[in-house]
Ligand binder design. Structure first.
Ligand SMILES: [Zn+2]
Ligand SMILES: [Zn+2]
Length: 435
């Protein structure tokens, strides 16, 4: 044990306002400080950002800099995500910036001169934009540079092979930067296969890997074969909205396509009419809606208004219908239900998307609706087909099979999944079969 490292980690943690640095976080940080590449898979809500937020400060403390000196570059897939992270770093008293390529000369100079402790950017900018490559390679920046962090690292595999090819080329960065510079890759969800290919694509050398199972014991899993139209399957949500209004369980409904999103939205609209807004009959604008739709084509200001209504206390939005454009990194702790109208492409995505629920640790549920047609016509991984069609084994066992599943963490009986509920015999069980 090197106590200097540990006390630097503790001191930095305190200065940033963290109550504690957890054991796994400490292991990630220590391994990195010891000069290794690190691949960490820590579940949503565990606090994986701490692992890299803290780095510049820890280096400053260890090297005896009394004012900020060290800098890290963080590669992140989405602008919205970067903005969130920049804001939370600023709230902690750190300097941070996200660059998308349109920034002014002053910001550029600021980065070159090391004014920002954390610089967020995309793989595209780092690998393709000559002007910016110049900025990132400037000597005054690289002498301060301590880490290349890849956040949401599962994207390296998932997106690298198709619509954002630059993700798969991140390994080339090794040649851009001084060779002593190490990589830290972070994700909430990666199967063993994903982990292996990300490590390979990033050219990580004998990385330390940390993997905590993403199974969270406060989520109950349900799978339902769609027997009927939306009107029948989701009528209970309409009833709930009528009865509980702004106290309705905060819910995300994920759809596969824009068409499904609009169909669902129109369903609520036609059922609820004026009751769709709170107070009833108020103008049909985002801030009054109990149900809304988050899609890629929303303008930035609409997206912001929706996020605000969904994530601030006093916001009215209870049911958010979204394509998978919504979700990654959105920090909204009190979502307690996630519904999938149609299966996602694989178990990894499903775990990631259901991980949005119950971040405050309260009981939550995740329901997947699928049809035989979905399974026939969509491009689905075998893992998710198995998950849908399973009628015999605990859902968790199937879902987390490739994700370090530890059966000891399985919630008891009727707090686990619909299949465990069926056989549960506990005395306060209110799910009775065959009555
Ligand atoms: Zn179960
Ligand atoms: Zn029970």
């Amino acid at each position: 044990m090197d106590s200097a490292l540990d006390s630097a980690i503790d001191a930095a943690g305190r200065r940033l306002g963290y109550e504690t640095v957890k054991e796994d976080q400490r292991y990630v940080i220590r391994s990195f400080l010891e000069g290794k590449d690190v691949f960490a898979c820590l579940p949503t809500g565990y606090g994986k950002s701490l692992c890299y937020f803290i780095l510049p400060l820890v280096y400053d403390i260890l090297q005896g800099h009394s004012s900020p000196w060290f800098v890290e570059i963080v590669i992140s897939p989405l602008q919205a995500l970067m903005k969130d992270q920049v804001k939370s770093l600023q709230d902690k008293g750190m300097t941070a910036v996200s660059v998308m390529g349109r920034e002014d000369e002053e910001t550029k100079q600021g980065i070159v001169s090391g004014r920002y402790q954390v610089v967020f950017t995309t793989p595209e900018l780092l690998l393709q934009n000559k002007d910016w490559i110049h900025v990132f390679q400037s000597a005054s920046l690289t002498e301060r540079l301590i880490a290349i962090v890849i956040d949401e690292a599962h994207c390296v595999k998932k997106w690298g092979s198709n619509f954002r090819k630059e993700f798969s080329k991140l390994g080339d960065l090794r040649g851009f930067f001084p060779s002593h510079l190490h990589f830290m890759a972070l994700t909430a969800t990666a199967s063993q296969t994903t982990r292996k290919s990300v490590i390979k694509l990033l050219g990580m050398h004998k990385p330390v890997t940390i993997s905590k199972s993403p199974s969270k014991c406060n989520i109950i899993y349900f799978v339902t074969e769609k027997a009927d139209e939306i009107e029948v399957e989701l009528a209970y949500l309409v009833d709930e909205l009528r009865a509980y209004r702004t106290n309705t369980t905060k819910t995300i409904v994920f759809c596969r396509t824009y068409n499904d999103c609009s169909r669902l939205y129109m369903f609520f609209k036609s059922q609820l009419k004026d009751e769709m807004r709170e107070p009833i009959g108020h103008p049909d604008v985002t801030q009054f809606r109990l149900v809304d739709m988050f899609i890629a084509t929303n303008t930035a200001s609409v997206k912001n208004a929706i996020l605000k209504s969904f994530s601030t206390s006093g916001g009215r939005l209870r049911i958010l219908i979204a394509t998978i454009a919504f979700g990654m990194g959105i920090d909204c702790p009190d979502i307690h239900r996630v519904i999938h109208w149609g299966p996602p492409s694989d178990c990894e995505s499903y775990i990631q998307e259901t991980g949005r629920t119950g971040r405050d640790g309260l009981p939550s549920n995740a329901t997947l609706y699928y049809s035989r047609r979905d399974i026939g016509v969509m491009h689905l991984d075998k893992s998710i087909i198995d998950y849908c069609q399973n009628r015999t084994v605990c859902r968790r066992q199937v879902l987390f099979k490739d994700f370090n599943y530890d059966p000891a963490t399985k919630p008891i009986d009727c707090k686990c999944c619909d299949l465990c509920i069926m056989i549960c015999q506990c005395e306060n069980c209110d799910f009775t079969l065959n009555e």
